[in-house]
Design a protein. Structure first.
Lengths: 451, 446
């Protein structure tokens, strides 16, 4: 005999690890999160930069500058710098979003001082050797071809091109196109670094086990990132949400002759996390609509029909503005039917969610938080995101409280404000096979583009 | 200095191995279950079955309806999934402390009483889902089938690791309800299973709870066969060329390695890092930084238990470069490492990176639980989470050199070359993400 089904106890109280805030001598803000037991420290440096400041035709300049920060500095050649980092157990990454440049480092606590010194050198005194610039640009060109060959990447790129006004920076990939990357020079990169990468408005996040010695961690940051200066630094304007394209409500097929699956991507503009309506309902809606095998979309397309391994829905906030996207792949022969079913579910949800969905969705989002933010890495990432989005440090904790107080009206309102039924649909698949059947399930125009 | 994660272990009367590792820093517990069955146990004509079976574990059991496992735990703030790999199948749930008993009850119901609920309809549905998983992760990706070619090239026909975990479409089609019943009876049993609880639970309470929910399950009693003898390195190079519409040429170079957790495996894994596992590795410096002949190089050593492990180097050839030039450089560096061994700086670098990677893995309660289950099921050594790093750091440069000489000889390599050809020349053009790390365990969810 089986044992009787147990009941579930109430969740124990929990709060996002609090930040201890400091300001270094050069004005850089520091957020320290003491997370006991986390022996690898996570260091993040957030530099606000709006991608809108990239000159037209040089899209990708900010991203390439970020990738080149650790490819040679005033004190160390590129190989020597890489060697110093790896010998001290560091892993460094750098990239950009619509609102800023982010450097992230993970390092065992014993090497914090060295790590923060090397990060400071990368930010303050990169020299951008010509050979390294050429190599990184060539690597980006190859990466573009690899992204083009990837159906999910290709779909998202076409979705951005369909959703946003062609003149808006958001319509072009963050890391640039073959044309824009082909136009970049070392001087462009060095000039961008000089004018746009500086300590004004920057935030440093450090998370991990700092127990008993916050002072020495702070001293390490003060002696390094606290000495960072750039007299030529021009702060960026605050990012603004992208403009939607006038003709965004349409279907684009990206032709892949012979493809065994079609990648489906359906989207529309959405909010960022500072929305005046409150962010809390959005992750809950994502979850109940397309966040699990038993959510509305996969209950039909996966568990009932067996058409897909999984289709996910998500609100994807940028620093300013955002998107709502449903994406996944289905076998080619059911493309039209699956697309019709998906759009039907997405539109049908505008009629409202259920009490059961409200309860399971809010419990899922609020009760998974302790586990989602249990590592230094996850805490630092969230804290750095808040800094980038100019959200207050207690946003995460307050938002989780708001999640637990949501009503059905909040969920329905949040979804209806975004999902107006005006979808951009991108299908990456075999056009000859899938287009003829599409006319029956789609009302708007269907266009086809090359791979 | 050894780490000090607490480890408490016990074996129940039915043979179930239980490990409890308390960590009260977060009000969560991870339940991590490893069953000693993976694709290496599959019979000819039934490849992919262990993974298909794993999907069926979410489709209901004696007291749980189809889909309820996901639904009930997610509604309580649980994060869960399952994966299948060569040596094992893994089920894991991270739940708020108050839902620990529910997670154990749900797991025990399916690990003990799955067959009460398996239907032809569920089997057919999940067969379709798994086929879409295969299309998404392998067939619709530009280099997606490369690893399937690698396993076939480096391991002999009929060897447990010769075929991939995802299996073949024909074998998936052939799977029957009878296969499901036989497989469950043979492999899903407490004496072939490890349960790890990691998180906000004490040892006494943890053992009591596992006893309460799993204690009544019956032992299987069928002893597992002993592992196969260690496979020797290939005696002569093997080469497979695939002309595909891929963005750039890519070489996958594979080696047979000593089995997991042996001193020799640790040494050869450091040799692999020296060659191409780090951003300052020899092949990265030479081919990527200096000669610009490769866009990137990657390498890893995957430890297996049944007579062999796998070493894999992946080299993305720069456009305009002859892949033969890249392969010749690889051969030179293999020969040089076998003669000179690593420098002191290289060894120090490998150690520093291995240390961070190991501590980062243990930083997450989920990954720590998974490592404990792995070390317990495959090596009977849950304490390894505390001691394994020190074992690695004790390896000497000379041991690395010897391991490279014995296991990474150029003559022992199997090369699978994906060579770019124009799209129109290739019927059935592939398309997909170009990520050499994409090869991972098959998962139930996403």
């Amino acid at each position: 005999m089986s044992t009787p089904r147990p009941t579930v106890g109430p969740p124990r109280p929990w709060a996002f690890p609090a930040a201890e805030e400091h300001v270094l001598d050069n004005g850089v803000r520091v957020l320290l999160h003491d997370v006991p037991g986390q022996h690898v420290l996570s260091l993040r440096v957030v530099v606000p930069v709006s991608l809108a400041v990239e000159p037209a035709g040089l899209e990708g300049l900010a991203a390439m500058t970020a990738r080149l920060l650790d490819e040679g500095t005033a004190r160390h050649g590129p190989e020597e710098f890489a060697q110093l980092m790896e010998r001290h157990g560091m892993a460094l990454g750098a990239g950009v979003s619509d609102g800023g440049l982010l450097v992230d480092v993970d390092v065992p606590r014993s090497h914090l001082r060295t790590a923060s010194s090397l990060v400071t050198q990368a930010l303050a005194e990169p020299v951008f050797p010509e050979a390294e610039v050429r190599r990184i640009l060539r690597t980006r060109l190859a990466e573009i071809e690899q992204e083009r060959a990837s159906a999910p990447h290709r779909a998202l790129r076409e979705l951005a091109r369909t959703l946003w006004d062609p003149a808006d920076r958001a319509a072009t990939p963050t890391a640039g196109t073959p044309e824009s990357i082909g136009s970049l020079t070392r001087d462009d990169v060095a000039g961008f670094h000089r004018s746009r990468v500086g300590p004004q408005g920057a935030t440093v996040v450090l998370a991990g086990d700092l127990s008993g010695d916050v002072g020495s961690a702070l001293a390490a940051l003060d002696a390094t990132l606290g000495r960072w200066s750039n007299d030529d630094h021009e702060p960026s304007p605050r990012p603004v949400p992208p403009r939607a394209a006038a003709d965004r409500v349409r279907t684009v097929v990206v032709d892949r002759p012979g493809a065994v699956q079609t990648e489906i991507s359906v989207g529309c503009p959405g909010p960022d996390r500072s929305t005046t309506h409150g962010w809390a309902p959005h992750p809950v809606v994502s979850f109940v609509l397309g966040g699990s095998p038993t959510a509305r979309v996969d209950a039909v397309l996966r568990e009932e029909k067996g058409y897909t391994y999984g289709i996910r829905t998500s609100f994807r906030p940028r620093v300013a503005g955002g998107t709502f996207v449903a994406q996944g792949s289905v076998r080619s022969e059911v493309t039209a039917e699956a697309t019709g079913l998906l759009l039907g579910i997405l539109d049908g949800a505008r009629e409202g969610f259920t009490e059961g969905e409200l309860r399971s969705g809010t419990d899922y989002v609020s009760r998974t938080a302790p586990g989602r933010y249990a590592t230094a890495d996850a805490v630092a990432d969230e804290s750095a995101s808040l800094a980038l989005e100019r959200l207050p440090v207690d946003f995460t904790t307050r938002n989780l409280r708001a999640v637990s107080e949501l009503t059905l009206e909040d969920l329905d309102g949040a979804y209806r404000r975004t999902a107006t039924g005006e979808w951009s649909v991108v299908l990456v698949g075999d056009a000859d096979r899938i287009v003829p059947d599409l006319e029956a399930v789609l009302s708007g125009p269907v266009g086809t583009v090359g791979r | 200095m050894p780490l000090d994660y607490p480890i408490h272990r016990r074996t129940l009367a039915n043979g179930l191995r239980v490990v409890v590792s308390p960590d009260h820093s977060v009000p969560n517990v991870t339940v991590n279950i490893w069953v000693g069955v993976g694709s290496r146990h599959e019979a000819a004509g039934r490849t992919g079955f262990a993974h298909l079976f794993e999907h069926l574990m979410f489709q209901g059991s004696r007291s749980v309806r189809s889909g309820e496992h996901f639904e009930a735990l997610m509604a309580q703030g649980g994060r869960l999934n399952a994966t299948t790999w060569f040596d094992r199948t893994n089920y894991f749930d991270t739940v708020p402390t108050g839902a620990l008993e529910l997670a154990l009850w749900l797991e025990a119901d399916r690990h003990g009483h799955l067959l009460d609920a398996v239907t032809q309809e569920n089997l057919d549905n999940q067969r379709d889902v798994v086929k879409e998983e295969k299309r998404q992760r392998y067939d619709n990706q530009p280099y997606g089938t490369a690893l399937i070619e690698v396993y076939a090239a480096v391991f002999p026909d009929g060897h447990p690791y010769h075929h991939p975990t995802i299996g073949s479409m024909a074998d998936l089609d052939a799977a029957s309800l009878e296969d499901v019943h036989d497989f469950f009876r043979r492999f899903y049993a407490p004496d072939n299973t490890v349960v790890t609880l990691c998180g906000d639970v004490g040892p006494a309470e943890g053992f009591d709870l596992v006893e309460r929910y799993f204690g009544a399950l019956d032992a299987r009693g069928e002893p597992a066969r002993p592992p196969l003898a260690q496979l020797e390195p290939l005696e002569a190079p093997v080469r497979v060329e695939c002309r595909r519409p891929v963005p750039n040429d890519r070489l996958h170079v594979a080696f047979r390695l000593p089995v997991d957790e042996t001193d020799e495996f640790l040494a050869v894994s450091l040799a692999v890092d020296c060659l191409a596992g780090l951003s300052t590795s020899r092949l990265t410096r030479r081919l990527v930084r200096r000669e610009h002949a490769a866009l990137g190089v990657h390498a890893s050593a995957w430890g297996f238990v049944d007579g062999v492990s796998l070493g894999l180097l992946v080299l993305d050839v720069a456009p305009g470069t002859d892949p033969a030039v890249v392969e010749a450089a690889l051969v030179e560096e293999l020969e040089r490492l076998a003669v000179e061994g690593p420098t002191e700086v290289e060894l120090e670098t490998c150690f520093a990176q291995a240390e961070r990677a190991w501590l980062s893995a243990l930083a997450s309660q989920e990954e720590r639980a998974d490592l404990i289950s792995r070390l317990t099921l495959l090596h009977d050594d849950p304490e390894g989470v505390n001691t394994q790093l020190d074992r690695l750091l004790a390896v000497t440069g000379e041991q690395v050199r010897q391991a490279a000489e014995r296991w990474l000889s150029p003559d022992s390599r199997a090369t699978v070359a994906f060579l770019a050809e124009p799209e129109e020349a290739a019927p059935g053009a592939d398309a997909g993400v170009a990520d050499p790390e994409a090869a991972d365990a098959e998962e139930a969810l996403a």
